[in-house]
Design a protein. Structure first.
Length: 152
C-alpha cells in the first residue's frame, strides 16, 4: 500500500495517542471528520493498523524486572522449532520471542516482579520446555529507549 503525506501523519498521530477522536485528528490534519474516519477504516482494512492497545506502566503492576533470555535448541528440526514456539507462546511472562541467527536460536523478553520470580520462571516454566539445549540470561539495568511507534 502506498501512503500519502496525510496517511503518514495520521499514522504518526495515532501511534502517539490512539484515543484521539476523529474530530481532534481532523483539526490536526485539516480534513473533515468523515475523511479522517474513511482513511482510518482504509488503513484498518488493509491491515496497516493491526490493533489498538493500552500501554501499561510495568512499575505500577510490579513487572519491571526485565530479562532477555537467549535459548539454544538441541536440534534444529522442524518438529523441535514448532513445538518450542508453541510452548513459549503460552508463557505469560514472555512478552516477545524472536527466532534469530547467531549463537542462540531465540531471544525472549521476559517481564517479572523480581529476581526470585525470574528464578521461578526459569525453573518452573522455561526449562520445562522440551528440546532446550542451553539458555543465557541478561537483565535490564536501565531502559534507555522504549517506543512502540514505527517511523513511517
Amino acid at each position: 500500500m502506498k501512503f500519502d503525506a496525510i496517511d503518514k501523519r495520521l499514522l504518526e498521530l495515532l501511534q502517539i495517542d490512539a484515543k484521539q477522536t476523529n474530530k481532534e485528528l481532523s483539526g490536526k490534519l485539516n480534513l473533515s471528520v468523515t475523511a479522517v474516519y474513511e482513511r482510518i477504516k482504509k488503513l484498518e482494512k488493509e491491515g496497516v493498523i493491526d490493533k489498538y492497545v493500552a500501554l501499561v506502566n510495568k512499575e505500577k503492576i510490579r513487572k519491571a524486572f526485565v530479562a532477555f533470555c537467549h535459548v539454544k535448541l538441541v536440534k534444529h528440526s522442524q518438529e523441535y522449532v514448532v513445538q518450542f514456539e508453541k510452548d513459549v507462546a503460552e508463557i505469560n511472562e514472555v512478552l516477545e520471542c524472536y527466532h534469530t541467527s547467531g549463537d542462540y536460536d531465540y531471544i525472549l523478553k521476559v517481564h517479572v516482579e523480581d529476581m526470585e520470580s525470574f528464578r521461578e520462571f526459569m525453573v518452573n516454566k522455561l526449562t520445562t520446555i522440551n528440546h532446550i539445549g542451553s539458555t543465557h540470561s541478561m537483565f535490564m539495568i536501565n531502559e534507555v529507549k522504549h517506543t512502540t511507534a514505527l517511523n513511517i
